[in-house]
Design a protein around this ligand. Structure first.
Ligand code: EPZ
Length: 420
């Protein structure tokens, strides 16, 4: 088992190159099932979830080469072996459910494990299933699997999502790209990662266009072409390291960011006291004087992202006053609170809101990670705390942060990975 050991109290100074977006790479990798030509994907982060998606696509029949030194994935057209995503893979990475749309669009059949819940909530996929049924797919749940068939192909329909879902939007977009006729999808999620998927599909020959802020029209095409494509930077990774600069009262320059995609994150960090100076070629320098208390709720894009909620909470533990964070997206995304309280944080939860009373300093402790973003909030707290923090179950971190230890070390953090 691996642990992270952090000696807190060091101000971080230096620069960090931001990796490619995990949550843009995953749907784009799934979309490769729609394409029978060579695809080259660049700026792909070397993180566990990408390796899991690679294994899943190989189990379906894709031949994939991942050059981790170049962060480049090459996908070759091969004979598809089986149209299914097994529980053994989907249970460790719920984004495996994103092969459902491409498989049924291209092969009229898919057997995909229900992802099951995870630490942050029950994470149902009812919106994915209902939408595909409206397109004419016959879907039944059998022994924990979604079994979907479209013997007469999918039909172009007009669908309005009853609530905003990133994954359901992605599955439906991929399902509609090869569906003859015009499919209209309303009330879609518009996260930058979805816009990147749409851009990737359009570059490979799809016909997807916006008719309003949250509505798109997809004109089905016969086939998509293989392309050479670079995914967007990871805005959540960048936001995480911005908080590392703020919580340690240091100064960090982030390189290779996308400024527009981070405007909502920067807006909130500014409210919390951040000084944000944009530099040349997609860089930004983050520092602060004091940490100001803030009131925020998580929202679908362009609101403040739920994936930055835990990181912001760690920062607000050290603010000069009382803050409020309302988690509007997931029903159980406060698992980091009990661990932060073990480090001395003063946080009270009621319903979906956390009331954080700022304190002078956090104290190092042995803590346990529970999900990807909760884990990194404990790293941030450990960087600022007095004394030593030991973080257990860090496999959560390895799912979504490329070279986290070396990136923090290069800014002066006293952090080591230990096998125990
Ligand atoms: C994506 O998950 C991201 N994962 C999550 O990031 C992110 O937190 C989430 O979007 C919200 O932004 C990837 O992109 C791989 P949703 P997804 O469908 O698609 C409910 C991370 O840390 N819902 O937008 O699963 C759902 O329970 C991860 O990188 C239904 O009720 O999120 C949740 O409450 C964590 N029925 C809300 O909608 C459905 O069919 C938003 O979920 C689907 C979702």
């Amino acid at each position: 088992m691996k642990q992270l050991i952090i000696q807190g109290g060091k101000k971080l100074y230096g620069s960090i190159a931001i990796s490619g977006s995990k949550n843009a790479s995953l749907p784009i990798l799934a979309a490769s099932l729609l394409i029978d030509e060579i695809i080259i994907l660049r700026n792909i982060p070397n993180v566990k979830d990408i390796l899991t998606m690679k294994t899943l696509l190989e189990s379906i029949g894709k031949k994939i080469e991942f050059n981790i030194l170049k962060n480049e994935i090459k996908i070759y057209p091969t004979k598809i072996k089986k149209l299914e995503a097994l529980y053994s893979l989907v249970k460790t990475m719920r984004a495996g459910v994103l092969v459902l749309g491409p498989l049924i669009a291209k092969y009229d059949f898919a057997r995909v494990s229900l992802p099951g819940g995870c630490a942050i909530g029950s994470r149902p996929v009812d919106l994915h299933i209902e939408a595909l049924k409206k397109m004419g797919a016959k879907i039944k749940i059998e022994k924990g699997y979604i079994v979907a068939e479209a013997p007469k192909k999918l039909n172009p329909v007009k669908i309005k999502f009853s609530s905003i879902s990133v994954g359901a939007t992605e599955n439906l977009i991929m399902a509609a790209t090869l569906c003859k006729g015009k499919t209209i999808i309303q009330n879609i999620a518009i996260e930058p990662e979805i816009l990147d998927l749409i851009n990737f599909l359009n570059c490979s020959g799809a016909k997807i266009s916006f008719v309003s802020k949250r509505s798109i029209v997809i004109e089905g095409v016969d086939k998509l072409r293989g392309i050479n494509y670079s995914v967007i930077p990871d805005r959540i990774e960048a936001g995480t390291y911005a908080v590392a600069a703020l919580i340690t009262n240091g100064k960090i320059t982030l390189n290779k960011i996308n400024r527009e995609m981070m405007s909502n994150i920067f807006q909130i960090l500014k409210k919390a006291g951040a000084k944000i100076v944009f530099g040349k070629n997609n860089s930004v320098t983050i520092s602060r004087k004091i940490i100001k208390p803030t009131k925020i709720k998580t929202m679908p894009y362009p609101g403040f992202p739920t994936d930055m909620q835990a990181q912001l909470m760690s920062l607000l533990c050290l603010s000069k006053g009382s803050s409020l964070i309302k988690e509007e997206i997931f029903e159980n995304r406060f698992l980091h609170v009990s661990e932060l309280k073990r480090m001395g944080a003063n946080i009270k939860i009621s319903n979906q809101s956390a009331n954080i009373i700022g304190i002078e300093n956090l104290n190092g402790a042995e803590v346990m990670a529970t999900d990807l973003r909760a884990s990194v909030s404990l790293v941030l707290a450990g960087l600022a705390a007095k004394g030593t923090t030991i973080i257990n179950r860090i496999y959560h971190l390895e799912r979504g942060y490329e070279n986290l230890v070396s990136k923090l070390k290069q800014c002066g953090a006293k952090i080591v990975l230990k096998n125990v």
